[in-house]
Design a protein around this ligand. Sequence first.
Ligand code: ZN
Length: 135
Amino acid sequence: MPTKVLNVRTPSHTTFINITREVKAFVEETEIKEGLCVVYVPHTTAAVFINEGADPDVVKDIAYKLNQLVEWDDPNYRHMEGNSAAHIKSAIIGNSRVIPIVDGKLVLGTWEAIFLAEFDGPRTRKVIVQVIGEK
Ligand code: ZN
């Protein structure tokens, strides 16, 4: 099963990085025509999601509202590492997405892009991309 590991440097504390180009390139490289592509992050303070990539203000608004909903400092957090807000945001968004492959291409809407979400950067994150299907 074709698998690729992307190493992505996240430059700031909360940031969303568009990884669509890298995922698409790998899917094309596999020459799989019909199948599924899984994009997964093995990190507890990061996430993967799909949303609008055309207007960069969309993901800025998502970050703004998530930060407002899940405040960084809360005296009732128990986790000693001090980054509970990042774990909570990771749990809400989720650590993977599955995208269909039809005619050798990822089925993404016109405005859709795949994002790695960083909630406790800067760090270097691994993104696992795995493709299953038929050539
Ligand atoms: Zn922690």
